[in-house]
Design a protein around this ligand. Structure first.
Ligand code: RNT
Ligand code: ZN
Length: 417
């Protein structure tokens, strides 16, 4: 028997929290693990590197540079993460060994069969993303909003191809596929015509969504953003645009990335606002530092607050949760693992909150006691509950899993050219 857990469990029980129930609940919450942390968002369909408003920094050795390496690295990091996973794949991670290269408008399910095999091997679902960046036809900074009708059509066709691939993923795995539309479309400097850009952007996404699909199998999302590198003055998919697009189209849901807002805005506050209006919402969980820097997710205050808002609103089944960060300056497998484990911690921490008691204090106007209780709650023996959760999921606890990374680094990563 784990005596530290038993004692923690009693302490939580005394404030009305059932830690066993929290652990069981967390085991069934799917969190989507993004493939792009493993290779600095480069993918397999281009040799030009990352462009289109986002950037990785750092050159830590051992980057995965082909499908075999990426899948092996992902598998390694997944073995160190507790909890239920999905995998999140970008279209530029198509694998072309069956029949050669095709451009993004011609992608087919067969180009992602290896991802399906991997998902089936691990019993996980797949989320998907069209890739509107790192491509010659995205060079102007405009894709779905382009005034060049050939370019715009190319990207609409890419989006439609991705709907078909998303449905293939859902059918193969038996698990709903969340398909997220993010583009870096925007202008470096003051535009002369914002309305025209946005009207074309709107029309393009509507055309993509006109591709037939079953909304129970495929959940298209629109992700907003305030700015990107090289598009500092204007972005088509601003917050208002994305929210209103999703509100106006019942085959589309809004996705919030917590790196995509002005620095004093917080997604933890936006979650309950959106839940008042949308049956379902989606998240990209990341860690912005001063800008959309996509640092590795940590167990920090805003991360905890986001998890709490999902749990408090009893909205676990209404919020699709995906990670989105990419750090090339540290061991990439460790980055994946720390980020995933941090969000798991945040969820468990939220599930162990005596939220009914806290809500009652708030509704009764007992704000003094609410402050006292919320502060005292912070020093509960949460670490013991977390370690028990890891143990029950069959993964190593904190301070232990990192040994595995060191070993993998010396045996595998250090041998890569
Ligand atoms: C970019 C968006 C987007 C990407 C991925 C790779 O700012 O957050 O979600 O990070 O599509
Ligand atoms: Zn994102």
């Amino acid at each position: 028997m784990n005596t530290r857990y038993e004692s923690a469990k009693e302490m939580y029980a005394a404030i009305g929290v059932d830690t066993d129930a929290a652990i069981e609940k967390l085991k069934n919450i799917p969190v989507s693990l993004h493939c792009w942390q493993g290779d600095d968002v480069i993918g397999f369909d281009n040799d030009g590197g990352l462009t289109g408003g986002i950037q990785t920094t750092g050159d830590y050795p051992g980057r995965a540079s082909n499908p075999e390496e990426l899948l092996a690295d992902m598998e390694k990091s997944m073995s160190l993460m507790p909890g239920k996973k999905k995998i999140n794949v970008h279209a530029n991670y198509a694998i072309f060994d069956e029949g050669g290269f095709v451009d993004r408008d011609k992608l087919e399910p067969k180009h992602f069969k290896k991802w399906v095999d991997f998902a089936k091997k691990h019993g996980v679902g797949i989320d998907f993303n069209p890739t509107f960046f790192s491509h010659p036809k995205a060079k102007s900074g405009l894709t779905l909003s382009s005034p060049d009708e050939d370019i715009r059509k190319f990207w609409i066709d890419h989006g439609k191809a991705c709907i078909r691939i998303s449905e293939y993923f859902a059918k193969e795995t038996g698990i709903t596929c969340v398909m997220n539309i993010w583009t870096g479309d925007g202008m470096k400097d003051i535009p002369a015509d914002r309305y025209g850009l946005r009207m074309r952007y709107k029309d393009s996404i509507e055309q993509i969504l006109s591709e037939p699909f079953d909304f129970n199998l495929v959940k298209p999302c629109v992700e907003s953003k305030v700015f990107g590198i090289g598009v500092e003055a204007f972005t088509c998919g601003s917050s208002e645009f994305a929210l209103l697009f999703a509100a106006a189209n019942d085959n589309c849901i809004p996705l919030m990335d917590n790196g995509h807002y002005h620095p004093t805005e917080v997604v933890s506050d936006k979650i309950p606002a959106l839940l008042c209006f949308f049956p379902e919402i989606a998240l990209h969980i990341t860690r912005p530092i001063r800008w959309d820097s996509d640092h590795v997710v940590l167990f920090d205050d805003e991360t905890k607050e986001m998890a709490k808002e999902i749990v408090r609103a009893d909205a676990i089944d209404r919020v699709y949760q995906a990670l989105d960060f990419f750090d090339a300056s540290i061991n990439r497998i460790s980055a994946w693992t720390v980020g995933f484990r941090s969000w798991q911690k945040a969820l468990l921490y939220a599930l162990c909150e005596p939220s009914a008691t806290f809500k009652k204090l708030q509704d009764n106007g007992d704000l003094t006691e609410l402050m006292v209780m919320q502060e005292e709650y912070k020093t509960m023996p949460f670490g013991d509950v977390w370690l028990e959760y890891c143990r029950r999921c069959g993964v190593k606890g904190d301070k232990e899993w990192f040994e595995e990374i060191r070993k993998y680094e010396s045996e595998v990563l250090s041998k890569r050219g």
